[in-house]
Design a protein. Structure first.
Lengths: 266, 466
């Protein structure tokens, strides 16, 4: 059995400057770390591998310097490291990233389970995992809170549906994205780090992947563009409407119309 | 002998200081104890919340003239009953004098009022790019309380304790006179160092009203190593070798599986590794990655050579929080796991920590009592807690006393000291007296009398005069 864990190098601090012209995060020269959600994905992979004897492959897309995050994956228990790196992949949005990573997973071959962090701390979209599953044509469970059961056919998970949890079974091959609270991740092991010092990292370029559609990768393959980057703000305003059903629904309808959340039927 | 606080005294003090800083009714229960109620509780007769040095000065002059006991208190986080008005009297709550008066980059000093909370001091100094190096675990203590107990903490191995970072003090003497000891200068060989006498005196010699502390450039990076061992003895035996490395570790802490489990239950948060019996946490700080990596590699290699099972690397904010949040919660977690506890804060030579800890465990095993221990392996300061659980009161009191007696006796044999960082208060007075040469105790008494001839300042603490 093979598990791929998608990992990403993200800025180690929240204070990252944004290029005022392109809106791209200025990553050069800043300290990096493994995306905290991906640490949990690695931990989940280890627990599954402990039960199934699976091999853990860490996969990342990025420049050569992203090798660091793969080395860290070895110190966290990954058996193989895969770097998807080519200038042609640069500037990818979530869709192009998902397509590129999914193509790399096909190139790795015989993958039974893909585990991603729910989201990254720099992009925060939580879209790449589910989009990869769509590209690969396999089922996925996003926002997994707990791994309830593990066997050689599939997993039973507790999934966060925001207002409710669902207990779901999913069979391999599949993809899951994990919440940060699933596990307290282990710290990197010095022994493993040392043992993997000379370990080869598999590098995949665009030309190494058979059948890769070059119109779906990089900046050119990205239908979305970043217009503005800002720190997410959370402002949950609650308004309670009271009264009988007719009054309340009229009031609700008026509010939704006023806030332009619905349009009046023509 | 002291006088009891009378209605007339209260009226006089109100007239002297103004009604708004005098509390004479509905005195909060908090004022009757510190963190260790086991050492006795008693409500003070009167509470004063001074806002300035002058308030303290006026009060002390009055109290000295009328022979009224005065007990200074910070945040009440002490562990030896030091701030409890055990014989009644006037409690002076210094927590309202809480201004950070100055951060002077040129002389690299920070000037605090005594009521500044430690975590606020650390944060403010850090915002300016500096480090206030002492690192006592109880971050909600006041700086004044830290000075009065000469609080130690986790970075003592590299930076020393509170005393090593205090350059000057403004204090009010028992008769109300205000003096300044030391200042911002880096050196001082000018006569007896009275400032150092005041530090650690637990409010028995004077009341501190201003503190000039040393600040140092803040290291940019810190990495901690969580090092598992099969036994605590293996872990502690490795410590003297680690301290001999060319780079001085910032902290070397020890802990066992059980206390990690207590912290997990208390915080509701998992520790990153809990598979092994004993752990060291060794931290290094530096200014660039390569420098830090070299330190880590040297320590990791040595630890493995000395029997460590592995070495786990904590190098990001999240990872540091995952181990240090747990470490910071040990005391409360242990407290939470039992009905009552007593503690011992001895300090021994660092190559004797393992022996002392083994001794404590053997006694606990023999007497069938549950204990927990953790502490500062790098400076020999252990915290051993004896837990009451469901023991009946009389058996508990007998067993706790017998256990502590044996521990302090063993500490004396090993040439250790009664308190590493928590102080004496009234809880450890007898042990202090037994542990020191009578000539030393006599000298301490003379010093006390020289500062406070009528014994009004925190009477019956540290040493008995009568």
């Amino acid at each position: 059995m093979n598990i791929v864990v998608c990992v990403k190098q993200v800025p180690a601090t929240q204070k990252v400057d944004v290029d005022p012209v392109t809106g791209v995060l200025l990553r050069n020269g800043i300290d990096t770390k493994m995306n905290p959600f991906d640490l949990v994905a690695m931990e989940a992979a280890k627990r599954i591998a402990d039960k199934t004897g699976a091999k853990i492959h860490a996969l990342t897309m990025g420049p050569n310097s992203a090798i660091e995050v793969l080395k860290e994956s070895f110190a966290l228990g990954a058996d193989e490291g895969w770097l998807l790196s080519d200038r042609k992949f640069a500037g990818a949005d979530v869709l192009a990233t998902a397509y590129s990573l999914a193509s790399a997973i096909k190139a790795i071959g015989d993958v039974d389970l893909i585990i991603c962090g729910k989201q990254t701390t720099d992009g925060d979209t939580a879209q790449v995992g589910p989009e990869m599953a769509e590209v690969l044509g396999i089922p996925h469970i996003s926002w997994a809170l707990e791994l309830e059961e593990i066997d050689d056919k599939g997993l039973i998970l507790r999934q966060d549906l925001t207002t409710k949890d669902a207990i779901v079974r999913i069979d391999y091959p599949c993809l899951i994205t994990v919440e940060k609270t699933m596990y307290q991740p282990d710290l990197p092991s010095y022994r493993l780090l040392k043992a993997s010092k000379d370990k080869k990292i598999h590098t995949l370029t665009a030309s190494d992947i058979d059948g890769l559609d070059h119109t779906r990768i990089g900046l050119d393959g990205s239908p979305t563009q970043v217009e503005k980057i800002f720190a997410p703000s959370s402002n949950t305003e609650t308004q309670v409407l009271e009264g009988d059903i007719d009054t309340v629904s009229d009031e609700l309808y008026a509010i939704l119309k006023k806030t332009k959340l619905i349009k009046e039927e023509a | 002998m002291h006088n009891k606080v009378t209605r007339q005294n209260i009226q006089d003090i109100k007239d002297l200081l103004g009604h708004d800083i005098v509390i004479d009714s509905d005195i909060s229960e908090d004022y009757s104890h510190d963190e260790m109620t086991i050492y006795g509780t008693r409500a003070p007769d009167l509470v004063i919340t001074p806002k300035c040095t002058e308030d303290v000065s006026k009060l002390l002059k009055y109290a000295n003239d009328h022979l009224l006991p005065v007990i200074a208190r910070g945040a009440g986080t002490g562990l030896c009953g030091g701030c409890v008005a055990i014989e009644g009297g006037i409690l002076v709550d210094m927590s309202h004098m809480d201004k950070i008066l100055e951060i002077d980059k040129k002389t690299m000093t920070a000037t605090f009022e005594p009521g500044v909370i430690l975590m606020n001091a650390i944060e403010k100094v850090s915002e300016e790019g500096f480090l206030y190096a002492p690192d006592p675990g109880e971050k909600s203590a006041t700086i004044g309380g830290n000075v009065m107990t000469n609080a130690g903490g986790m970075r003592a191995i590299k930076y020393g304790v509170t005393r090593d970072h205090i350059k000057g003090l403004e204090v009010v003497l028992a008769d109300g006179s205000v003096i300044t000891l030391g200042g911002k200068t880096s050196k001082n060989s000018s006569g007896y160092d009275l400032k150092d006498l005041i530090i650690g005196s637990e409010g028995t010699l004077a009341i501190v009203t201003k503190i000039i502390a040393k600040i140092i450039p803040k290291p940019k990076l810190m990495t901690s190593l969580l090092i598992p061992f099969s036994t605590l003895k293996d872990a502690l035996d490795a410590v003297p070798y680690i301290t001999n490395l060319e780079d001085v570790a910032t902290t070397i802490e020890f802990m066992e599986k059980e206390v990690i489990e207590d912290a997990r239950l208390y915080l509701g948060k998992d520790f990153p590794n809990k598979d092994y019996n004993a752990y060291l946490i060794v931290s290094y700080s530096g200014n660039n990655k390569n420098e830090l990596e070299r330190m880590i590699n040297l320590c990791a290699e040595l630890a493995l050579e000395k029997g460590a099972i592995d070495v786990f690397i904590s190098d990001t904010e999240e990872r540091q929080a995952s181990i240090w949040d747990a470490r910071g919660a040990f005391l409360e977690a242990i407290k939470n796991s039992t009905t009552e506890m007593d503690e011992c804060d001895v300090v021994v030579d660092i190559d004797k920590v393992a022996d002392f800890n083994d001794f404590a465990k053997n006694v606990a095993g023999r007497e069938n009592i549950r204990i927990r221990s953790f502490g500062h392996a790098g400076d020999g300061n252990l915290h051993i807690y004896i837990l009451k659980d469901d023991m009946p009161d009389d058996i508990w009191q007998r067993k706790a006393k017998a256990f502590m007696d044996e521990l302090y006796e063993e500490a004396a044999i090993l040439k250790g000291q009664v308190s590493g960082e928590h102080g004496i208060g009234h809880a450890k007075k007898a042990y202090l007296k037994d542990s020191l040469d009578p000539a030393v105790i006599e000298l301490m008494k003379k010093i006390k009398v020289a500062f406070d001839p009528h014994n009004i300042l925190n009477p019956a603490k540290v040493i008995d005069i009568e």
